[in-house]
Design a protein around this ligand. Structure first.
Ligand SMILES: [Cu+2]
Length: 493
C-alpha cells in the first residue's frame, strides 16, 4: 500500500466529517440495537472447511453519546444485540459477526491478533471493499488460539473514536483457577470533547486552523509535545495531548471500582486501545505475575509495572491484599494518567493522583519476556529475510515503512519461514503490528507477539511461518502514524 492511499483516505475523512455534528446531535442516544440486516448483506467468502458458526453477534456502528464520567462524549461506537460490545468465545469457535454501518462514512472491522482467513481481516482496499454507509457485512471466521484480543475499525482514524471492544478467547489449556477476572481497557480520549481525531491530525500536519483551546499554544504545524521524558522510552513518546485518559471508559475522578475478597486470585486482561498513548501500568501494594502477552502464554514473570503500547495486550495474575488499591496507567510522556481502584475492604479510596512505589519502578517491556513451551514455533532457519526500515518525523508530519529499501510490500511463499529485521530510524517509539500471524522473537527465546514496541533507534528481529495465505497489513499501531504512511503489507506470492 502506498502513502497516496492513506492520503486519499485522510482527505475523504475530512470532507465527510463536516456533517458529523448534525448526525451525532439527532441520534445521541444509543437506543435499542438496530439488528435488521441491511439490504446489501455481503458474507465474507469463507473457506469451505469452516463449520457452522458457534457464536453469533450483531453489531451496529453508529454515532452515539458516551458518559465518560459526568462528561458526555459524542462519538462513534458499536452497539451490540447483547447490550455489550465485548465478545467472548472459546478457541476453536467459529464466529459470525454481522455489522451494519450507520456511520456517515465507510467502515470495516479488524480482529486484532487473530490468525483468521484473509477475507475476514477487515482492511478496506486490501482484504475487502469498504462497508459503505447503510450497508451491512458479515464476518465469519474461526478463532484458532485462546487469549486476550480486541476488535476495532481499520478505517482512517476511527479506532481513536469509540469503535473498539474486547475480544476474549477462552483457552481450554489455561488453568482458569482465578477467583475473579477483569478486562481492563486503557484508552486516550479526545473525540467529542475537543473536536475529533481528524482535527488532531489536521493540527499535526499543519492543515488545522490552530489549537482552539490554546492547550499547546498556537497549534498546528506539527509541533512536538513537551511531556516529561521517560527513562526507558525517552523524551518523544506521543504526538497528541489528549484531554482524558480512560480505564474502561471512565476518567480518573469518576473511576471504576473492581471488587473482590482479600486473598482472591485475580486475572487482569489489559488491552491498550489508545490511538497515540503508551501506558505504564501498576497496582499499588502488589507485584503482578505476567502470564500471557498478545494472547500467547509466557514463562511467568513478576514485575511491579509494565509498559503497554497501542495494540499490545498483557494478562497478569495477582493475589489481592486486604484493602483499597490504586490501579494506575500513566500516559507516558504526557504528564497525565488513567485510573481505577481495586477494593477488597471498606474505607476511603485513594486519590486519582496518588503516587506509589510500584508506579515509579522500572517498567517491564513485554518483548523481553520468554515464551511458554506450548507457545513455541517449531525450530528452523529462515528461508527468506527482509529488512524493514521505519522512517519519518514530526515536520513535515509523515511516516514510512521501507521493505528492502522500497516502498513496496514484503513478499513470501507459503510454507517459508520469514525473518523480518525491523529498524526504527526515527526519534519515536513505534508499536509494529502484523495481521494474520503472530511473530516469534528470536532475541527473546521465540516469544510470540503480534505487536512489538520498537524504541527510538532500536532494531528488532521477528520471524514468522507463512501458513496463512493472502495479503496482510503490517503497520505502526499509532493511528496517526499509520494514517500518514507508516503502513505496508506482507503478500504471499
Ligand atoms: Cu509509529
Amino acid at each position: 500500500m502506498t502513502s497516496s492511499f492513506s492520503r486519499r483516505q485522510f482527505l475523504l475523512g475530512g470532507l465527510v466529517l463536516a456533517g458529523t455534528g448534525a448526525v451525532a446531535a439527532c441520534t445521541s442516544d444509543p437506543g435499542p440495537a438496530a439488528s435488521a440486516p441491511g439490504p446489501s448483506l455481503r458474507p465474507t467468502p469463507t473457506p469451505t472447511a469452516l463449520g457452522e458458526p458457534t457464536v453469533r453477534r450483531t453489531l451496529t456502528a453508529r454515532p452515539l453519546s458516551l458518559d465518560i464520567g459526568g462528561i458526555e462524549a459524542k462519538t462513534w461506537g458499536y452497539v451490540s444485540d447483547t447490550g455489550d460490545a465485548a465478545i467472548e468465545a472459546t478457541a476453536g469457535d467459529v464466529l459470525q459477526v454481522d455489522i451494519t454501518n450507520e456511520l456517515p462514512e465507510s467502515t470495516s472491522i479488524h480482529w486484532h491478533g487473530i490468525a483468521l482467513h484473509n477475507a475476514a481481516d477487515g482492511v478496506p482496499g486490501m482484504t475487502q471493499d469498504p462497508i459503505e454507509p447503510g450497508e451491512s457485512f458479515s464476518y465469519v471466521f474461526e478463532v484458532p488460539h485462546g487469549g486476550t484480543y480486541f476488535y476495532h475499525s481499520h478505517t482512517g482514524l476511527q479506532l481513536d473514536r469509540g469503535l473498539h471492544a474486547p475480544l476474549i478467547i477462552r483457552d481450554p489449556q489455561d488453568a482458569e483457577d482465578q477467583d475473579v477476572e477483569w478486562t481492563i481497557v486503557l484508552d486516550d480520549w479526545v473525540d467529542g470533547i475537543q473536536g475529533t481525531p481528524d482535527d488532531e491530525l489536521d493540527k499535526l500536519t499543519g492543515m488545522g486552523s490552530g489549537d482552539h483551546n490554546g492547550r499547546m499554544g498556537m497549534g498546528g504545524h506539527g509541533q512536538m509535545m513537551h511531556g516529561t521524558p521517560d527513562r526507558v522510552l525517552g523524551g518523544d513518546v506521543g504526538d497528541v495531548m489528549y484531554p482524558h485518559y480512560l480505564i474502561n471508559g471512565r476518567i480518573p475522578r469518576a473511576h471504576r471500582t473492581f471488587e473482590a475478597r482479600p486473598g482472591d486470585k485475580a486475572r487482569l486482561r489489559f488491552i491498550n486501545s489508545g490511538g497515540d498513548t503508551i501506558f505504564k501500568v501498576a497496582l499499588g501494594g502488589h507485584r503482578m505475575t505476567v502470564t500471557h502477552t498478545d494472547g500467547f502464554p509466557v514463562q511467568p514473570w513478576e514485575t511491579e509495572s509494565i509498559y503497554l503500547s497501542m495494540g499490545e495486550r498483557v494478562d497478569v495474575e495477582v493475589i489481592l491484599g486486604d484493602g483499597i488499591f490504586p490501579l494506575t496507567a500513566l500516559a507516558v510522556g504526557k504528564d497525565d494518567r488513567a485510573f481505577a481502584v481495586i477494593r477488597t475492604a471498606g474505607g476511603q479510596a485513594p486519590r486519582p493522583d496518588v503516587d506509589f512505589p510500584e508506579l515509579s519502578s522500572t517498567g517491564l517491556l513485554l518483548s523481553s519476556l520468554k515464551p511458554a513451551d506450548r507457545a513455541l514455533l517449531p525450530e528452523g532457519t529462515p528461508d527468506r529475510e527482509v529488512s524493514i526500515d521505519l522512517g519519518g518525523q514530526m515536520m513535515p508530519y509523515e511516516w514510512s515503512i521501507l521493505t528492502d529499501g522500497q516502498s513496496s510490500s514484503a513478499t513470501v511463499q507459503e510454507g517459508q519461514r520469514l525473518r523480518m529485521v525491523m529498524r526504527n530510524r526515527t526519534m519515536m517509539p513505534h508499536p509494529m503490528h502484523i495481521h494474520g500471524h503472530t511473530w516469534a522473537l528470536p532475541g527473546s527465546g521465540g516469544l510470540r507477539k503480534d505487536t512489538v514496541l520498537l524504541r527510538h533507534g532500536e532494531t528488532m528481529i521477528a520471524d514468522l511461518i507463512a501458513d496463512n495465505p493472502g495479503e496482510w497489513a503490517f503497520h505502526c499501531h499509532n493511528a496517526y502514524h499509520m494514517e500518514t504512511g507508516m503502513v505496508s503489507s506482507l503478500r504471499y506470492e
